[in-house]
Structures are given as structure tokens and as C-alpha cells.
Design a binder for this molecule. Structure first.
Ligand code: PRP
Length: 181
């Protein structure tokens, strides 16, 4: 497949994504052997990663989704997460695996983990595709992460700019001219 013209360059190819996602899923699979976790995808950015990740899990899993807003993640953060779509399942007593596309400031995952533990989850494990370490403002780290990345504007494989590019099969860096015009 040729690169989208709005991409500066490809950061992670389809092959790199495929093999690393498989590797991470196998690690998680071993740890959760004999359990029945609730695998929670955070909409919308995680959808492609989520669907590739769960297909490498061999334990019985239940799938659920949440949509949250990371507005308020700035310096004057209220510490409250805005829930746009909540889970269908009760997390009380459950082992929960959160699947996220990216951890940036850490606002979303720090608040989400606290919320699920507050609701009685037995454990909350965080699995991320991308980790922008230098952007971290909140004391939270993924338990499993596929790639540490620099602070670049990344698109594709679920990630968007203005709801575009989520369907690109690779992770690309968006040209500055696209978001600065
Ligand atoms: C992105 C991403 C995380 C959050 C990470 O979601 O999917 O949920 O931002 O940022 P943080 O660590 O600073 O909280 P976004 O709000 O862009 O929504 P989307 O997944 O629908 O694209």
C-alpha cells in the first residue's frame, strides 16, 4: 500500500504492528491463563488495536467498551473523567484489561483505572499500543505497552486527526501543513 499523501513518513509499518501486537497479546495471555477477564476497549482510537489484540488471546474473554473524554487534561484538570458511553457489564469482582491506543498526559488512564477500582474491579491491567513518555503529567504507566514513541502527531491504525485517517493500516506521522493550515 502506498503512503497517504498527508503523511510525513510511516513510523510503524503493518508488519511491525502485527508482530508486536501478537507478542504483547501472548504475554498477556500467559498471565491471565485460567481467568476470564473483561476486556475493555476505549473508543474510538483503540478499535483496530483492540480487534487485533483480542484475536491472539486464548482464554475466554468478555468484550466491552467505553467512550470517555480527555477534555480537562490541562493544567486546570478537574480530575473528573467525562463518560460518553459507559460499560454494559458490571466490573465488580472482575479482572479488567483496559485496551488503549495511546497514553499521552496519562489523564484518561489514571482516572479510568481509579474509576474501575472504585466500582469494585478485582484488578485493572492497562495495555497500550503507544506510549508518549515525555508528555506524561499523571502518575500512571501501562502494564503492557507495544511501542514507546516520540512526541509526534501520529495517525492511522485507529488514531485520527479530526476523525480522519483512522483506517490507515500503519501508524504515520501527519504533515504539519495539514494541521497548521
Ligand atoms: C486519546 C486516546 C486516549 C487519550 C490519551 O483519545 O485514545 O484516550 O486521548 O490522552 P491522555 O493520556 O492525555 O489522557 P481522544 O480523546 O483523542 O479520543 P479518540 O480515542 O476517540 O480519538
Amino acid at each position: 500500500m502506498t503512503m497517504h499523501p498527508d503523511c510525513e513518513r510511516i513510523m510503524l509499518s503493518e508488519d511491525q504492528l502485527r508482530s508486536r501486537v501478537k507478542e504483547i497479546a501472548h504475554e498477556v495471555d500467559k498471565v491471565f491463563k485460567g481467568k476470564r477477564p473483561l476486556v475493555v476497549g476505549i473508543l474510538k482510537g483503540s478499535i483496530i488495536f483492540y480487534s487485533d489484540f483480542i484475536r491472539h488471546l486464548s482464554m475466554p474473554v468478555e468484550l466491552d467498551f467505553m467512550a470517555v473524554s480527555s477534555y480537562g487534561s490541562g493544567a486546570v484538570s478537574s480530575g473528573k473523567l467525562k463518560i460518553k458511553k459507559d460499560l454494559d457489564r458490571d466490573v465488580n469482582g472482575r479482572d479488567v484489561i483496559i485496551v488503549e491506543d495511546i497514553i499521552d498526559s496519562g489523564f484518561t488512564l489514571a482516572n479510568l483505572k481509579a474509576l474501575l477500582l472504585e466500582r469494585g474491579a478485582a484488578s485493572v491491567t492497562i495495555v497500550t499500543l503507544l506510549n508518549k513518555l515525555e508528555r506524561r503529567e499523571h502518575d500512571i504507566a501501562p502494564d503492557y505497552n507495544c511501542f514507546d514513541i516520540e512526541n509526534e502527531f501520529v495517525i492511522g491504525y485507529g488514531l485520527d486527526y479530526d476523525e480522519q485517517y483512522r483506517n490507515l493500516p500503519y501508524i504515520g506521522i501527519l504533515k504539519r501543513s495539514v494541521y497548521e493550515k
